[in-house]
Design a protein around this ligand. Structure first.
Ligand code: PTJ
Length: 273
């Protein structure tokens, strides 16, 4: 409650209004027991990279979102992973993406795992799925949400992130892993899965290991991926394969870093040597 009062004191014309509003969602999510306190720190790291990228969707992120959409549409068993930060920031957008991708399931996967928090996050997603859409209609399509009581383990992974669902992440062929600079992307790759990351840090291990990394704030990245999925939904398999296969993650991350570096050069008044 106190958090909300603070938010009301931020004037709409505050130059940092949007960033403060997003931050507030994280604070609320933490107060409601969705995100852990470590999640607030992780959010701060993301904010710093967002600042360096101009807090906008850069062309490289748009290209990655298109490749991500193609990979999701090609998948036989796509799974969208949700942690505490994702549930605090974008529960409705996650549900929208799960509805847009045929056969997609959502799975709660936590680094600081407790079954109570996994249940709360699953309930938050179920609530988001029940709320009426933009046109005021409640959607009738149901989505599968795997929450607490995992019944499998990802091999070669000692952290809590290994705990997963046999029918979900364990048997997925494409997994979306937003907001983690961690160990799981490598384990998923070793298990033969395609990995899509959303991570504002283009230097993170996850960003570098993934097949496709969208370097953008998740609050902008998810709506863009949904938009691309809707655009590509009727595309042929050959076209989707061309888009996904033609995407070079390392080169795209290099271009994103180049954008940060040249932005800093410009600000510091220094030209390229
Ligand atoms: O809910 P849990 O227990 O699974 O814990 C979640 C956190 C986020 C605490 C856990 O996954 C973690 O420790 O993550 P890291 O290792 O700090 O990595 C988070 C990554 O997400 C960092 O590279 C950040 O730059 C990035 N990030 C943070 N906020 C955003 C973001 N990327 C996109 N959009 C954001 N809003």
């Amino acid at each position: 409650m106190e958090c909300r009062q603070k938010m009301h004191r931020i004037p709409r014309d505050h130059p940092r209004y949007e960033s403060l509003r997003i931050r507030q969602r994280m604070v609320d999510g933490s107060a409601r027991g969705l995100a852990v306190r470590e999640g607030l720190l992780a959010h701060g790291r993301g904010e710093a990279f967002d600042y360096l990228l101009g807090e906008r969707t850069v062309p490289e992120a748009r290209a990655a979102s298109r490749a991500a959409a193609a990979l999701l549409l090609l998948a036989k068993r796509p799974v969208l992973s949700v942690n505490g930060n994702v549930a605090s920031l974008v529960p409705r957008e996650m549900v929208r993406l799960a509805r847009a991708v045929p056969g997609a399931a959502i799975e709660v996967n936590l680094f600081h795992r407790t079954e109570g928090r996994a249940r709360r996050i699953a309930a938050e997603l179920e609530n988001a799925a029940r709320r009426p859409g933009r046109k005021g209609r409640a959607s009738r399509s149901t989505i599968r949400i795997f929450g607490d009581r995992p019944d499998a383990r990802l091999p070669n992974l000692s952290s809590q992130r290994a705990k997963c669902h046999r029918e979900g992440m364990f048997s997925a062929d494409v997994v979306l892993v937003p907001l983690e600079d961690g160990d799981r992307a490598g384990a998923l790759k070793r298990a033969g899965k395609k990995v899509i990351a959303i991570d504002l840090n283009p230097l993170s291990r996850t960003a570098r290991l993934a097949d496709v990394t969208v370097v953008d704030n998740i609050v902008r990245a998810l709506p863009e991926i949904v938009r691309q999925v809707r655009l590509l939904r009727r595309a042929s398999r050959a076209r989707l394969e061309k888009i996904a296969g033609g995407f070079d993650n390392t080169a795209n991350l290099g271009r994103t870093l180049g954008r940060i570096v040249s932005g800093l050069r410009k600000l510091s008044g220094k030209r390229r040597p």
